[in-house]
Design a protein around this ligand. Structure first.
Ligand SMILES: *Cc1c(COP(=O)(O)O)cnc(C)c1O
Length: 379
């Protein structure tokens, strides 16, 4: 008799949507009855509810997390000749948006424990051209915002949070991602903790002027109709997406708790296998609330790619975030920062791998993931 092993997807959105589908279909039907497909009451409703959830005075729905970053930087007039400080170890959009506006990425290496920008290295990267600091709350844990805000405040530089992976995360001061800097940027990409049925994004701020400016900017900078005081674009959010997101928002904290509970289970399972020397589990900063958009483990040495292939062969979902840091991407070669420029980011790119953490994971699936990893690392 051959034992059949449990398979584990990286993410199971069908399981997440199943209990909500009746409500979602009814709501989508309602949007069709009104035929108000862009903006309108669903988008305004989401903006009000989500800004309140995050603890910011204003919320602006936009077309993607990438566009949230773009609009935030456009609203601060960031462009040619300016520099923005950020991390090279992130999804490409963070650095890509800086460059698309003609500004220059000033990369700062990461803290090897949290994988977030190393706050202690930021000040040395500030120049008279620095127009913003753009930390990323990677994998669902806030960057060290007290330290970042201290430097930024002292030097009079605005902080934009890339909170795409961190909706509902709280920093050590108890405040939520998206309310910690001048502007917060979120993504509703389907694999994020609050995912839309398509692309979408969100911007938060408690600055009334900026909030107004960004709301206009996402619609060609137009106010009133056909009058354009400044340049914007079509960065609007669709009503069907907003309607679905409002339904899902009510479950967001429960889903985050399920992810946190999976993380705790993984810690117990890895400890029980005695894998402490072979795998580094995610480090949680004291007193933060990590929402585990990803559960990323570090496998020191040269074993990461082998582990990835082994997990795939055993039909266990996994992903490498991110195999090549931004400064080593061909499109940033002109910045002249080759291999060795940001050693911790480069090491993380070689050593880390994300394993399934979605809320609906079954106990047996978590055990299988850890068993398969243990088999490989001990072989
Ligand atoms: C997902 C993501 C983005 C971009 O969001 P999209 O909605 O896919 O455009 C930006 N930054 C980070 C860190 C992300 O994870």
């Amino acid at each position: 008799m051959t034992a059949t092993r449990v398979t584990v997807p990286m993410l199971d959105l069908a399981a997440q949507y199943a209990p909500l589908m009746d409500e979602i279909r009814a709501k989508v039907n309602e949007v069709f009855e009104t035929t108000r497909f862009i903006g309108g009451p669903e988008v305004i409703g989401l903006e009000t509810e989500l800004a309140a959830y995050v603890g910011a005075a204003h919320g602006v729905g936009v077309s993607s997390g990438t566009d949230a970053l773009l609009v935030a930087m456009m609203a601060l007039d960031i462009g040619v000749g300016d520099e923005v400080i950020t991390t090279p170890y992130t999804f490409f959009a963070t650095a890509g948006c800086i460059a698309r506006l003609g500004a220059t990425c000033r990369f700062v290496d990461i803290d090897p424990q949290t994988y977030n920008i190393d706050a202690a290295r930021i000040e040395a990267a500030i120049t008279e051209r620095t127009k913003a600091i753009l930390p990323v709350h990677l994998f669902g844990q806030c960057a060290e915002m007290d330290a970042i805000n201290e430097v930024a405040g002292r030097r009079g530089i605005p902080v934009i949070e890339d909170a795409a992976q961190a909706i509902g995360a709280r920093d050590a001061n108890g405040r939520m991602a998206g309310s910690l800097g001048l502007i917060g940027c979120f993504s509703f990409y389907p694999s994020k903790n609050l995912g839309a049925p398509g692309d979408g994004g969100f911007i938060t701020t408690s600055d009334a002027d900026l909030g107004h400016r960004m709301a206009i900017m996402r619609n060609h900078g137009m106010e009133p109709a056909y009058h354009h005081e400044f340049l914007g674009g079509n960065f609007r959010l669709d009503a069907i997406h907003a309607a679905v997101l409002r339904i899902k928002l009510r479950h967001l904290d429960t889903w985050a708790e399920a992810r946190r509970s999976n993380a705790a289970d993984y810690r117990r399972l890895f400890a029980a296998k005695g894998l402490g020397d072979l795998v580094e589990l995610p480090f949680e900063r004291p007193d933060v609330h990590h929402i585990y958009n990803q559960f990323v483990i570090r496998v020191p040495g040269e074993k990461r790619d082998g582990l990835r292939d082994h997990l795939r062969a055993q039909q266990i979902g996994c992903d490498v975030y991110y195999p090549k840091p931004a400064h080593l991407q061909p499109c940033f070669a002109h910045l002249g920062q080759g291999a060795g420029a940001f050693p911790e980011s480069e090491r993380a790119s070689r050593e880390t791998i994300a394993i399934p953490i979605f809320g609906e994971l079954a106990a047996e699936q978590k055990e299988t993931v850890v068993d398969v990893i243990a088999d490989f690392l001990r072989a």
